[in-house]
Design a protein. Structure first.
Length: 135
């Protein structure tokens, strides 16, 4: 069975304020209308860090350097919607620049309590908690 690889990023924009993506509410995408990290699928011959740098540029029009990314972890799971396994690496980024635009879905700012109490936040919760313990 094939496996696809993805990169995602927890973005802290201020003390106790984190930027997430509200995915489009479309029936043909995974996790429609859910809150997720920014990121996406690796392209051919791309590593996880290169992928998240590219994805943040495409989705938020921000420039991020490899040295700004902190590794949070890797996990694998079966994607019931797309019927394949996924391998995903997550990073943490403290970003102090201005973000004006989201080219995929919308963005939302959440606090620690928001993340804990929002049912639309999925696997993102686990990676958020890792960021609190690892950094």
């Amino acid at each position: 069975m094939k496996k696809r690889y993805y990169a995602g990023c927890i973005i802290e924009i201020a003390k106790n304020k984190y930027l997430f993506q509200v995915r489009d509410n479309l029936p043909n995408i995974s996790h429609p209308n859910k809150i997720s990290t920014f990121g996406g699928r690796l392209e051919i011959k791309e590593n996880f860090k290169d992928a998240i740098i590219r994805e943040l540029k495409e989705e938020l029009e921000i420039n991020v350097f490899e040295s700004e990314l902190n590794y949070l972890g890797y996990f694998e799971k079966y994607d019931e919607f797309k019927k394949h396994f996924v391998g995903c690496t997550y990073f943490y980024l403290r970003y102090t620049g201005v973000i004006n635009k989201c080219n995929e879905g919308d963005f939302i700012t959440l606090t620690h309590d928001d993340i804990l109490n929002n049912d639309k936040v999925g696997i993102t919760k686990e990676m958020y908690f890792r960021s609190k313990y690892l950094l």
